[in-house]
Design a protein around this ligand. Sequence first.
Ligand code: ASP
Length: 316
Amino acid sequence: MIVIASSNGRVGIDDAMQVLKNGGSALDAVEAGIRPVEANPEDHSVGYNSWPNIMGELELDASIMNGRDLTSGAVAAMKGHPYAISVARQVMDNLPHVLLAGNGAERFAREMQAEQWDELLTPEVVEAWRKKLRDNMPADVLETLGDETPLREWVKLATDPERTYSTVNFIAIDKNGDMCTGVSTSGWAWKYPGRVGDSPIIGAGNYADNRYGGAACTGMGEMAIRANTAHSVVFYMKMGMSVEEAGRRAMEDLLDLGGDYIGGMNLVALDKDGNHAAMTSMTNRTYIFQTADMDKYEEKDRTFVEIPGRWARIGE
Ligand code: ASP
């Protein structure tokens, strides 16, 4: 039994391991691990109190995948419900669908009586958003900001290196050898409303298959969508590579991506035997893991794989 996670999973990994130790499933462990991250007001990239979109609205993406039978559930651009991973799980458990977006996801969350909070942002985060706009938008645009305001130009604000990215990844293997992967995020800070990243896209930000392994991504989701990164890691394991080789190879695939917008990428990966690896194209990135015989998680450096960034700012 093992749980691995991106480093911001520190607040949830004990809960996840406890589920496994109590004989629970990898699915329950992953959900239990991610929920505390979603509730953590200090984490501004996942669930409650995360950086909002450019209109100041919090839109959450999440997915969960069961490696035993490749069933999965996901929500995208969902407002009002902090525990996106649980709503994703409910999609998997209760519908013939995989992914619900926007109003449909919110409607379903209400139907399943998922937690609904009126205030998902603290005044500090709202003020940070306001300041971001004040510092960058002309006063006349700001004053009339509304549904009809052209926003294309202002998506350049979503390149703020401190506030743009982050997400949580969890992967667990339970006592039956079943694997589950889960991902939850608020996406890019200051993103265009309705923008959906890799996190709720099965194959892009999340993939699990008991027979080979699982992988999950953080970083610039557009890249993971285009290269199908999480699935690639698992596919390379299926082709016989070790988890480390598979992760590296999936990262190197990103070097083939053209276009003007290339940013950072990170992934965590676990093979069916519990071997793990994590990659990053950024600096000083770690991940965490805990096996059933460990009292506490351990933190490890990720393997660096260089992906030269390039960014043509829109409107400049
Ligand atoms: N992958 C997430 C997204 O693109 C963000 C992140 O992990 O930084 O929505």
